[in-house]
Design a protein around this ligand. Structure first.
Ligand code: GDP
Length: 485
């Protein structure tokens, strides 16, 4: 969502880099560019102005020292990175768990902000961390909110307390209270209360939220807001803060074409941190909000930490340790391992979202958008049509075996050849990368610095748009083995 802002920052820094030693005029210039870029990204005017002022002040204060260094523009870049991290929340805090369970989390916000979806996402996230959440259906206003919560609860195997049908029927305060009591009796350590929004901020909404708040005394009252609404998000946040008050913010729809203004203004305007981000309609499209990682993405440095965590999460523990061990021991990465990777990648969700986390992703935005997720499925079909022996030793793959695999997977022989060639290239690169720099748990993904290179450091199927520099011509496995050696 920060595409435009990232592009503007990149161009501002590329002209700064060209300058070498910096003068105070250069600092004012980049501060002006940053301010303009922020305003264009829908950041509140005063927030953008004070941000630019801080950059100017800190840079001018250190100008002499900056110019003594070998890379003056990098020093300014570091200041901008620190300020961006700070404005996004600095050292973000996590959910506060109550000393005496259950911890009560109440969600509030406008209708359509994504509260009900978020309730499911948060429950799943907390459950994966070993908690036993209960969802409470106190949105008795929005049509189908109760059934929606029940459906999501069922899909993630989290119980939903929903004694009232909703659609205007039932007392949300009584449901919230009874839900809390139910959780205590059934030893749920976390209760997530979904409440009703309205289309706009109104008194009735605030009154209802206040009554629920007072009935359940939440440990965390989270304000859920759609990031796509830009400046309106900040206005709504301010109204909710004055009305009900809240402890933290959840930004939703970060997958959309929001320009980022909400994320960059909300802390400064409300003093409350962003705790979570929702990035899609699926229940897994949910992230803890890390200000430093977000700043890094805005500045085009990618978000390798999140990517690595997702990779680790997507693979089951046994696969991860087996691959890590192999990697450390210097054993060959085989097509069997590759198949495990492919399955994990499918678990990780959209490839475009993953690729967008790579450093320099902005420069290959078009290719990323055009990435065909079905390529993974096609590749998997080919590998699954191989025998275990073939997967462990692709050199066995002579012409007739390749023809059989093509037939079995419903693909062309040329596709099988292509995959085997790309796999061999990736395998070779794995050997080169075995210096411990790779991402644990996803051994095909080390060395992502040089996005432009033929390997890109990505597993073979992800190199679909990239032509290998030196492609083996020989169809004869023995001859090609000799070439590779
Ligand atoms: P509520 O009225 O606040 O409970 O909102 P819902 O949870 O029903 O969400 C409203 C709509 O936004 C639904 O169609 C959701 O699928 C969708 N939605 C929620 N969060 C996200 C998100 O992060 N990204 C996208 N693209 N859609 C979302």
């Amino acid at each position: 969502m920060f595409d435009n802002l990232s592009a503007k920052f990149a161009s501002a820094f590329s002209s700064l880099r060209a300058k070498g030693r910096l003068k105070s005029g250069d600092i004012s210039e980049i501060a002006d560019q940053i301010k303009a870029a922020l305003i264009e990204s829908d950041v509140a005017l005063d927030v953008a102005a004070s941000f630019a002022e801080r950059i100017t002040e800190r840079s001018l204060d250190r100008l002499e020292e900056v110019n003594r260094g070998t890379n003056p523009s990098q020093a300014i870049f570091t200041i901008v990175n620190e300020e961006l991290t700070a404005i996004l929340g600095g050292n973000s805090r996590r959910i506060t768990l109550a000393k005496k369970p259950p911890t009560v989390i109440m969600l509030t916000g406008l209708q359509g902000a994504g509260k009900t979806s978020l309730a499911g996402k948060l429950a799943l996230h907390l459950k994966k961390e070993g908690n036993t959440p209960l969802l409470v259906a106190s949105d008795l206003q929005r049509p189908n909110a109760v059934t929606q919560l029940q459906t999501v609860g069922e899909s993630i195997n989290v119980p939903v307390f929903a004694p009232e049908p909703g659609n205007g029927v039932g007392d949300p305060v009584a449901v919230a209270k009874a839900g809390l009591k139910f959780a205590q009796e059934k030893f749920h350590n976390i209760v997530i209360v979904d409440t009703a929004g309205r289309l706009g901020v109104d008194q009735e909404l605030m009154r209802e939220a206040i009554r629920i708040r007072d009935a359940v005394s939440p440990d965390e009252l989270l304000f859920v807001v759609d990031a796509m609404v830009g400046q309106d998000a900040v206005r709504t946040a301010t109204a909710f803060q004055e009305g009900v008050g809240f402890d933290g913010v959840v930004l939703t729809k970060l997958d959309g074409d929001a320009r980022g203004g909400a994320a960059l203004s909300i802390l400064e305007k409300t003093g409350k941190p962003i705790l979570f981000a929702s990035t899609g309609e699926k229940v897994e499209d949910f992230d803890i909000f890390y200000p430093d990682r977000m700043a890094s993405r805005i500045l085009g440095m990618g978000d390798i930490q999140t990517l690595a965590e997702q990779a680790k999460r997507a693979m089951d523990g046994a696969t991860t340790s087996r691959l890590e061990e192999k990697f450390a021991k210097g054993e060959d990465f085989t097509l069997t391992d590759f198949l495990a990777q492919l399955q994990a990648m499918k678990n990780m969700g959209s490839m475009s979202k993953m690729l967008a986390m790579l450093p320099g992703a902005g420069a290959i935005k078009k290719q990323i958008e055009n990435f065909d997720d079905n390529e993974l499925i096609r590749t998997q079909a080919i590998v699954e049509s191989m025998t275990p022996a073939e997967r462990n030793d692709p050199k066995l793959l002579n012409g007739s075996r390749r023809a059989r695999i093509a037939k079995g997977s419903g693909r062309q022989v040329s596709e099988v050849n292509n995959l085997v060639d790309r796999f061999s290239a990736a395998q070779k690169m794995m050997k080169q990368m075995r210096s411990g720099k790779g991402i644990p748990g996803l051994p095909g993904m080390p060395a992502m610095g040089g996005m432009g290179g033929p390997g890109m450091g990505l597993p073979a199927p992800m190199q679909q748009k990239v032509t290998p520099k030196k492609k083996s011509k020989s169809g004869n496995p023995a001859k090609r083995a000799a070439e590779e050696a």
